[in-house]
Design a protein around this ligand. Structure first.
Ligand code: FAD
Ligand code: SIN
Length: 517
């Protein structure tokens, strides 16, 4: 198989790019891959919305820029922050033109939500189901464009790389089709990773199963520069489940902006003991305070209290959450909601330029899998959907400017049938073991523990590569291989930062997530 532009990922980043590129240059042959069905991705679960300065009377670019920089704790790239935030209104208006419906008031002005770390209400949203609305509209539009080839249930395995005069080039990927149990090559003029995050490295996560870090692992195995992998962001308010499930239900930050309280088991609003902003501090501060408070009081959850809020107003603004809580037996006017911080967003990733170019030629990265410099050490709420839109726009212009050169490349492909000699339950056990270790280490301050885990994961990786060489492959096998690789990247970055940046308490080797003890 051959394509001009190969996009791996059907979330907001991948689809936005495909649509824009197709409009700019209809002659480019675009192929877009999703690991399972195209609708399943982090994007569809986004609740809060997209941060943008849509009203210059009540808000300003400077204010959004300052909030982003403050949240990123000195590690943001200020030029990138400026570029992304100033593009935001234009990108939002394009979504509206495409048919995305955002909530508005009776005067038809956008209704803007407030979230932690934002000094103004600036979150453009569709009730508490912004991602669902976005993904639905984007996917519908994609399916209307017959020139874009959508390949669902197709697993990207590894990047195809050639070396020429000391420079690495990417010329496509190897793919695995679970249905036919077949591996083949998909060669491309240029390749874009839009493959989302890696929350599944942890036993508590808001991310769906597809967020197993495949893009980070593929790029890193190929030798791409990676950055800030230690900055895994934990969301403070995921629904606590005594029996761990593979994905935790998120309770949006916007609910705290709406007045919800975080309380301990004695009913104290303890967050004010840690930060004067209380519930409206940034999520790293809130997560850290909750983790510390839980450790001090020897509990494994705290509560979100909505009982003082008008239940009808809650249902109007947060229908998805209220419905989900009701289906799980909670009455928001009477019950406290148990919550626990959970792995939510990878701030680091494949290091890219403002045009989303990685350090490997003809390999771009956009969306969560990339590290653009916007987030620094900690992402400001609702800045990630925005980042994906802006970089999809930038890379579309960049690829379109090289279209003729890309179209003239003439690749070719091959395929073979792999074997399957590891059982799925063996692999499943390994995955659970890895996720539990990573969750425990996230709040552990011992470098020795991390080094030990790193060695252990190195052993697992070596064993898996031996199986791969013998021709093994399955969906579970690929997941374990990539989770192991991501866990190693996160631990390695944490340990190295601790050793080399000890003066910077952010980069201390104490933790590998955004959490300051
Ligand atoms: P995704 O939307 O995750 O898409 C990844 C795609 O890559 C999928 O199609 C997947 O199938 C594909 N893929 C992955 N691996 C492979 C492979 N090996 N082969 C083929 N395909 C592959 N951000 C905000 O700004 N505002 C919010 O309100 C918000 N709320 C959130 C709520 C939740 C519960 C979660 C989990 C995240 C939230 N975020 C929010 C973060 C935001 O949703 C994500 O950062 C963003 O959607 C990522 O988009 P993406 O296009 O990069 O990746
Ligand atoms: C949320 O709705 O709380 C998530 C927002 C985000 O992750 O940006």
């Amino acid at each position: 198989m051959k394509t001009d532009v190969l996009i791996i990922g059907s979330g907001i980043a991948g689809i936005s790019l495909a649509l824009k590129l197709n409009a700019l240059h209809p002659n480019l042959k675009i192929t877009l891959l999703s690991k399972t069905n195209a609708f399943e991705c982090n994007t569809r679960y986004a609740q809060g919305g997209i941060a943008a300065v849509m009203n210059q009377l009540t808000d300003s670019f400077d204010s959004h820029i300052n909030d982003t920089l403050e949240c990123g704790k000195g590690l943001c790239d200020s030029e990138v922050v400026d570029m992304v935030i100033k593009q935001a209104p234009e990108r939002i208006n394009e979504l509206i033109a495409l048919g995305v419906q955002f909530d508005s008031n009776s005067r038809m002005d956008l209704e803007l939500g407030l979230e932690g770390g934002h000094s103004r209400a600036r979150i453009v949203h569709h009730k508490d189901k912004t991602g669902f609305e976005l993904e639905q509209v984007l996917l519908r539009e994609l399916k209307n464009r017959s020139q874009i080839n959508l390949l669902e249930n197709t697993l990207a395995l590894d990047l195809l790389i050639k070396n020429q005069a000391g420079t690495k080039y990417c010329y496509g990927i190897s793919i695995y089709k679970p249905e036919s149990h077949q591996i083949s090559e998909l060669q491309a003029g240029t390749t874009v990773l839009a493959s989302g995050g890696c929350g599944q490295v942890y036993i508590n996560t808001t991310n769906p199963l597809v967020a197993s870090g495949d893009g980070y692992a593929m790029a890193s195995r190929a030798g791409a520069d990676m950055k800030h992998m230690r900055f895994m962001q934990f969301h403070p308010t995921a629904l606590y489940q005594a029996n761990k499930q593979r994905m935790s239900f998120l309770i949006t930050e916007a609910l705290r902006g709406f007045g919800a309280h975080v309380e301990d088991l004695q009913g104290n609003r303890f967050l004010f003991d840690y930060d004067k902003r209380g519930e409206l501090a940034t999520r790293d501060v809130v997560s850290a305070a909750i983790m510390k408070h839980m450790a001090l009081s020897n509990t494994d959850h705290v509560y979100l209290n909505l009982r003082h809020l008008d239940p009808l107003a809650c249902e109007l603004h947060f229908p998805g959450i209220c419905l989900e809580l009701k289906s799980r037996g909670f009455d928001i006017s009477k019950d406290l909601i148990p919550i626990v911080p959970s792995a939510h967003y990878q701030c680091g990733g494949i290091a890219v330029s403002k045009n989303a170019e990685s350090s490997i030629k003809d390999l771009y990265a956009i969306g969560e899998v990339s590290c653009t410099g916007l987030h620094g050490a900690n992402r400001l709420a609702s800045n990630s959907l925005l980042e994906a839109l802006v970089y999809a726009h930038n890379v579309a212009l960049h690829i379109a400017s090289r279209a003729e050169e890309i179209i003239n490349r003439k690749p070719s492909g091959s395929f073979y049938q792999p074997v399957k000699s590891l059982t799925d339950s063996d692999i499943e056990n390994e995955i659970t073991k890895l996720k539990t270790i990573m969750m425990n280490l996230a709040f552990d301050d011992q470098t020795a523990d991390k080094s030990k885990a790193l060695e252990q994961f190195k052993g697992v990786a070596t064993r898996l590569e031996t199986f791969l060489v013998k021709g093994n492959c399955s969906e579970e096998f690929v997941t374990l291989r990539n989770l192991t690789h991501c866990a190693r990247l996160i631990l390695k970055d944490t340990i190295e930062a601790g050793l080399t940046h000890t003066s910077n308490n952010l980069s201390s080797n104490k933790t590998h997530l955004i959490y300051e003890s």
